[in-house]
Design a protein around this ligand. Structure first.
Ligand SMILES: *Cc1c(COP(=O)(O)O)cnc(C)c1O
Length: 219
């Protein structure tokens, strides 16, 4: 199966309202070029340096999504071009994104990462923290970031009941915020990867991040 076949197969199984981010981390640029030639433009990377290297080589109409943990001191490198940062997990990071966005005369779209997995290692806010965070007086002054929604990763398990519960929890939080928040552009729910994107979509995901189902297993 080629990248094009895999992409087509995924696109055939998801609603057109769901945005597919192709996760290109660890893939060589030749494979990203192959993906680009299918017409796909939404690419996801989890490391700043790798995104920078690939961004400098590949065509500039690619939309780059940062999906991995982001350190504040690296924001300045991606601020000129990044399309959406999925992994905002602190006020300090959001403030730095705002500062660098302003320097670049941009408003940068962001998602708040929420810790829904039953695993210690994953980053993100606790679900119970999110609504307080959004209501905090520190947020309105940040005029160069646009908080577009939430991102989460389910536990890496074969237990679909558990995965379903975690996605349902994030979706409920997302919809609860949507019903009260003033920002009408708070409309992105980024959840679902290769192993669980169909479950995520059943639970209301609007954006899925898929790597191995497009490129094959990473080494
Ligand atoms: C690697 C990664 C993905 C994609 O994982 P696959 O299982 O290859 O689809 C999605 N989201 C994040 C945050 C990732 O780091």
């Amino acid at each position: 199966m080629t990248i094009k076949d895999n992409l087509q197969q995924i696109n055939n199984t998801i609603p057109s309202s769901v945005t597919l981010i192709a996760v290109t981390k660890t893939q060589p640029v030749e494979r990203l070029q192959e993906l680009y030639e299918t017409g796909h433009r939404s690419f996801g990377e989890n490391k700043v340096q790798e995104m920078l290297d690939k961004h400098s080589i590949l065509p500039n109409d690619i939309e780059w999504h940062l999906i991995g943990h982001l350190q504040s001191n690296k924001v300045k490198f991606i601020a000129p071009f990044v399309k959406l940062i999925h992994s905002v997990d602190s006020l300090k990071l959001l403030q730095e994104i705002n500062k660098q966005a302003e320097k670049n005369n941009r408003i940068i779209d962001c998602l708040l990462q929420v810790h829904i997995a039953n695993e210690e290692t994953k980053f993100g806010f606790e679900p119970s923290e999110i609504e307080l965070f959004l209501d905090s007086p520190e947020i309105p002054p940040l005029t160069h970031v646009n908080i577009r929604g939430l991102m989460g990763m389910a536990t890496n398990t074969a237990n679909e009941v558990q995965i379903n519960e975690e996605f349902a929890l994030l979706a409920a939080l997302f919809h609860s915020i949507q019903s009260t928040i003033k920002n009408t552009e708070f409309n992105i729910l980024s959840m679902g990867m290769s192993s669980d994107y169909l479950l995520a979509i059943q639970n209301g995901s609007t954006m899925i991040r898929v790597g191995s189902s497009i490129f094959g297993k990473r080494r």
